[in-house]
Design a protein around this ligand. Sequence first.
Ligand code: DGL
Length: 266
Amino acid sequence: MTEQVYKTVLIFDSGVGGLSVYQEIQSLLPQLNYIYIFDNQAYPYGELEQNTLIKRVEACITTCIENNPVDIVVIACNTASTIVLPSLRAGLDIPVVGVVPAIKPASSLANKAIGLIATPATVTREYTHELVRNFSPNKNVEMLGLTRLVDMAEEKLRGKPVDIQELTQLLTPLIGIIDVAVLGCTHFPLIKSEIAQVLGSEVILVDSGKAIARRVQQLLQLETGEERGVKHKILSSALPWQESALNEKVGKMGFSPVQNLVIPLT
Ligand code: DGL
């Protein structure tokens, strides 16, 4: 009998945010192998210069693909996806899926106005402004770029609870004026319950995780299978801070302890 070969999904982000996307894909396709890579050496991407970001993403992905069998790449980072997808796709012969803010579904849900919460880079990108023009021509989109919120998700994944008072202060510009919030950074679903608590139960929170998972399933043409209990690989470009607290959390998500991946950058 020939042994079944399971496909490998490579998921990438600057930090732990892409794990929110991993959770969605993994719950739809639990039978697959996963490699998660995060470029913490250059974190936060939301404050990085565009060319540096493009170079780093390309270097991380190609280094990982050279050393591992990979069937599909998921750029689980809005900040990177809004600029890196065309060049990345041109250089690879496997599918590349990106994640961008879910403006279209948000617009069909909103009666009042939409709040787009993302990184400082994502809210200034032309790509994002075009998404808004194309998919929300009639509903106002209030944009809020917040690196501190990204840090809060990183901290939560190391066991530090989110300070609700601080979060309330950060989200104040949106409180009371929106009825839909787009979580336009993959870190934010990790603190979704806290964001919901601050914005209030009447505000609908929208993210792109499930849509990405369905897109991966469609591209790989697979049915949902059985979880096999294998440990997945998680790689970082620098030593993660509070490594043992992080390893405990990612262990529960199905990963072995974080390993270092040396990224050759010219
Ligand atoms: N998780 C990322 C995103 O979806 C970026 C966070 C950051 O490094 O600034 O935009």
